[in-house]
Design a protein around this ligand. Sequence first.
Ligand SMILES: Nc1ncnc2c1ncn2[C@@H]1O[C@H](COP(=O)(O)OP(=O)(O)OP(=O)(O)O)[C@@H](O)[C@H]1O
Length: 410
Amino acid sequence: MSVSLDHLRRCTVAADLGASRTRVYLRNTGLIVDEPSVVAVNTRNGALISVGTPAERMAGRTPANIRVIKPINGGTVVDIEMAQRMLRAMVGTKLRRALRRKPLLRVAACIPHEADPLARRAAYETLIGLGARRVELVDSLITSAIGAGLPVEQPEATMIVQCGAATSQVAVLSLGSIVAAEKVAMGGETVDRALVQHLRNHHDLLLPSQAVRPLHLVLATGDGDGRAAAEVHGRDVATGLARTVRIDPESLRLAVRTPLTALLDAIRTVLHACPPDLVADLADRGVMLTGGAAQLPGLDSTIRDSTGMPVEVAEDPALCAVMGLGAMLEGRVRPVGTEGDPDRLSPEPEEPERLWPEPEEPERLRPEPEEPERLRPEPEEPERLRPEPEEPERLRPPGRERLEPESESA
Ligand SMILES: Nc1ncnc2c1ncn2[C@@H]1O[C@H](COP(=O)(O)OP(=O)(O)OP(=O)(O)O)[C@@H](O)[C@H]1O
């Protein structure tokens, strides 16, 4: 995927539409949105109830007439209408306030590596439908690498493992381009699902969604002999009553082994696909972990043990993609190889600028209804040009008196 850097620099907004969170960066301002990609709607009348964090809190606690929807899955917009409503609610007022002086909207958005045309079209339609005048789609592996501070433009290899919610991507980059890459259906949600499944199958315990994150910490503790066993509260599968069980961290580590093995396989595949010179570079430089799930305790040591390479977790790993794209917008980085054809999905640059949908703005742009009226000739003018209807009347003698004979004289 090649995107013209000139076109990117003309973008005002950088967006990362993630399965877990939506992040929006405004050029020269910073991050203006970092919210869960969740919408709550009333199923009776279709009204939007809330978006982001409050909507996420509703998940699993809603009555029948409220539905909690996740319009983005694995970096792909799966429900365009809901994604638009969510974005409008999240950024509408913030963007309007920020863009009061310069309300021109060109948007750059991260898109997974080698996303299929349907996924690209869905991202494009979502943003164009919101009023973006032009949309540039940029490979999220490149933006993440830039956001993590990797020297992607240098002629040396850098390896990035981007661990998202539903998917992870692994790539080796050199000279601003991707040399080899792999995508695997493993992310934070996959690990969470494996933990929930383990407790259900082996302890007959149903776990509330908010109790999964504390289990991540259990993964990183203990030495496998059961000394650091942790207590987990949940609901008994059979009785439905609250119950507490003691969990051995080693059994949890075994439970997440399958999804982690898929990730390790993807790393090996990418290394095999790389020329030996680049692999030699990686032995020194190591692997950079980005994405929210990179914070999974013990993930870095698992990759280090498996590959024998140094592994580093990026600072603010979840924000790398959007911050990297923001840096590209602001011209703070110039990766080699990103200049070239503009994204074919975008309209021509000559198109007139459009405003982010503000109900009042299009009205003001339309001509006032009185204007054409004033341009037309006044209806009285032709009347005044014609002779006054009274004038001929006055010239003629009164008809009745002239035609009637005088009866008295006859
Ligand atoms: N501190 C943490 N420890 C463990 N996991 C975490 C932590 N913070 C976030 N996560 C996990 O990271 C995932 C979200 O990562 P991220 O925000 O990068 O995903 P996304 O960009 O929304 O999704 P995707 O890239 O798949 O579209 C979630 O599954 C979440 O559980």
